[in-house]
Design a protein around this ligand. Structure first.
Ligand code: IPE
Ligand code: IPE
Ligand code: MG
Length: 243
């Protein structure tokens, strides 16, 4: 199902779209290819989606690239994904910069994430930091639970050092200590490949997200599918607990 960008209501866009890019391995297996070929093919899906987000005027897009659980995959696949993400930044930094996309990574940057990947992440973030047209967040070595643990540690430190009173700890205190406190809540969460679960993605931010699941495997996802998901979002009635 694809939708035309012209049919969408630009005044009711989701403030933040999250995408769980899933199905690379199954795309490859269906073609008798190694799983890594599916990851490679996902690059064109990602960049067409970014183009679609720009065309539509989205301001925040977060894509799930590597979870804290993905370290459990075979070492050869993990190594491939680490190199692939670094190479992708090398190849695409100019393009993202030209299109005024601010790139941010969310997730833990310490070991076992290789130093050279962290350097590349920092360089790309610094180079695109001034842009505001679209913020593309790449969730890498990201886990929603890990993010909440990291936020809780910072709350604990601030309490211990007298900057925050325990009875003043609120949702805002947690929000302010997430990896990217300025990001608005995820309004629309899309997962490809037919799986219907969160897999530890944006647990705090997606509390009231509209969920859209599509059977399209990530390597075949294109901006038309993004537009279709936004159209679906615009048909939903959101209530946020009220009547
Ligand atoms: C998503 O595709 C990419 C990552 C999780 C890195 P998968 O690799 O999970 O593909 P499937 O789910 O095995 O088909
Ligand atoms: C979630 O996909 C993580 C990413 C897309 C990066 P997985 O394929 O790892 O999730 P599960 O294992 O099916 O829940
Ligand atoms: Mg998967």
């Amino acid at each position: 199902m694809t939708e035309d960008v012209a049919d969408l209501d630009r005044t009711r866009l989701p403030a933040h779209v999250g995408i769980i890019m899933d199905g690379n391995g199954r795309w490859a297996a269906a073609r008798g290819l190694p799983r890594n070929a599916g990851h490679e093919q996902g690059e064109s899906a990602l960049f067409d989606t970014v183009e679609g987000a720009l065309q539509l005027g989205l301001r925040w897009l977060t894509v799930y690239a590597f979870s804290t659980e993905n370290w459990k995959r075979p070492p050869s696949e993990v190594a491939f994904l680490l190199n692939f993400n670094r190479d992708l930044l090398l190849r695409r930094a100019d393009e993202l910069d030209e299109r005024q996309v601010r790139v941010r990574f969310i997730g833990r940057r310490r070991r076992p994430v290789p130093r050279r990947l962290v350097h590349m992440i920092e360089a790309t973030e610094a180079r695109t930091a001034r842009h505001r047209r679209l913020t593309l967040q790449v969730a890498f070595n990201y886990g929603g639970r890990a993010e909440l643990v990291d936020a809780a540690r910072r709350v604990a430190t601030d309490v211990a050092e007298g900057r925050l009173r325990p009875d003043k700890v609120s949702e805002k205190s947690i929000q302010a200590r997430l990896y990217e406190p300025e990001a608005p809540d995820v309004d629309l969460l899309v997962r490809t490949s037919g799986e219907q679960r969160l897999s530890n993605f944006m647990l705090f931010q997606a509390a009231y997200a509209e969920l859209v699941f599509t059977n399209v495997l990530w390597p075949e996802f294109r901006r038309g599918e993004l537009f279709a998901a936004v159209a679906e979002f615009q048909r939903r009635q959101r209530r946020f607990g009220t009547v």
